[in-house]
Design a protein around this ligand. Sequence first.
Ligand SMILES: NC(=O)c1ccc[n+]([C@@H]2O[C@H](COP(=O)([O-])OP(=O)(O)OC[C@H]3O[C@@H](n4cnc5c(N)ncnc54)[C@H](OP(=O)(O)O)[C@@H]3O)[C@@H](O)[C@H]2O)c1
Length: 346
Amino acid sequence: MPAPADPALDADDRRRVADALRYLGRDLHHRSFGVSAERRELLWQEMDRCLALAERIGGEADGAVARQPSEPPALEPGRGAVLITGASSGIGAALARELAPSLAGGEAPLVLTARRRQRLEALAAELTARHGIAVQTIDADLARPGGATALLEQLERRGVAVHTLVNNAGFGLRGTYEQVAWAEAAAMLQLMVVACAELCHALLPAMQRAGSGRIVNVASLAGLVPGLPGSTLYAACKAFLIHFSQSLALENRQRGVRVMALCPGYVRSEFHAVLGVEERIRERLPGLLWMDADELARRTLAALDGSRTVVVPGGVNRLLATLARGLPEQATAALSTAFSRRYRQG
Ligand SMILES: NC(=O)c1ccc[n+]([C@@H]2O[C@H](COP(=O)([O-])OP(=O)(O)OC[C@H]3O[C@@H](n4cnc5c(N)ncnc54)[C@H](OP(=O)(O)O)[C@@H]3O)[C@@H](O)[C@H]2O)c1
């Protein structure tokens, strides 16, 4: 006789348990470095058990209810919310300030998300007071597996249909690839690749149905340089976003959805402080290479009205992008190595 189903656990519960077990398994893996071989063996056994159980429970949940992506709220042509990730500081906050006036007088909200809730609420209050617009905040950690899914669930629960998605959240890492702890590298991939791709995947169909929508993936000049020592994973994530956006733009050209990869150079924000190189880079990097976040936001909105997919804001940055693409590989390798020593490593 088959075991009776546990009435306390539905398919969603089982998926959550499976996600938690996967997370635990990965955590055990991270903890297994720098310990004795005996301890490592024990941790790996536990990790295998967690992951096997996660697959079983997750598989049962998927079998019980076929994974049906829930229908996103309907989006009226030309209307809908603006969602900005990484809106608690820097470029994301500047884009929110720049986009806010265009939402005045409409019903669609501006949705700000990041981890620091107080910052988001302060910005929301400022924008509501200044422009009389509805601003919603959702605190979400998009570097956590399942973080983007949780954000999408929140949007659905609130009945928010997204017309403009700005995938902006990001951070840098210091050191050569093997020096970076895997947990940090995995978080970067999750935040700057997986979450961006998942949000596009979930929100695009409603834009296509409405024949109107906008996706801005905030990449970087670093993604256009063929090889940047000290920024290995970061530059690769940004290169992914550029190529991803280019194909997505082509797929959606006739469907009313505008896709753009924004490739800024150096921008004054909290980015370099978080990275721990702020003082050095501010001292050493020539002023003409810097751009204010507000100016970048203005240029971004202007570019959004145009048709370019890969947008490099600023004359100096465009020159650097042209050099990165046009110089022979040996020349760019020598330049990027010297650059990295001076500003990132040395
Ligand atoms: N500054 C530059 O020179 C520069 C140049 C080219 C491209 N970019 C790109 O521009 C984007 C914005 O960076 P920024 O310069 O504005 O830096 P920033 O001031 O440090 O802002 C980064 C934003 O990302 C959010 N974020 C970080 N980790 C997160 C996580 N795990 N989950 C959710 N949100 C997270 C942060 O919010 P919380 O900490 O509150 O979560 C913050 O709002 C990034 O993608 C960056 O790679 C920056």
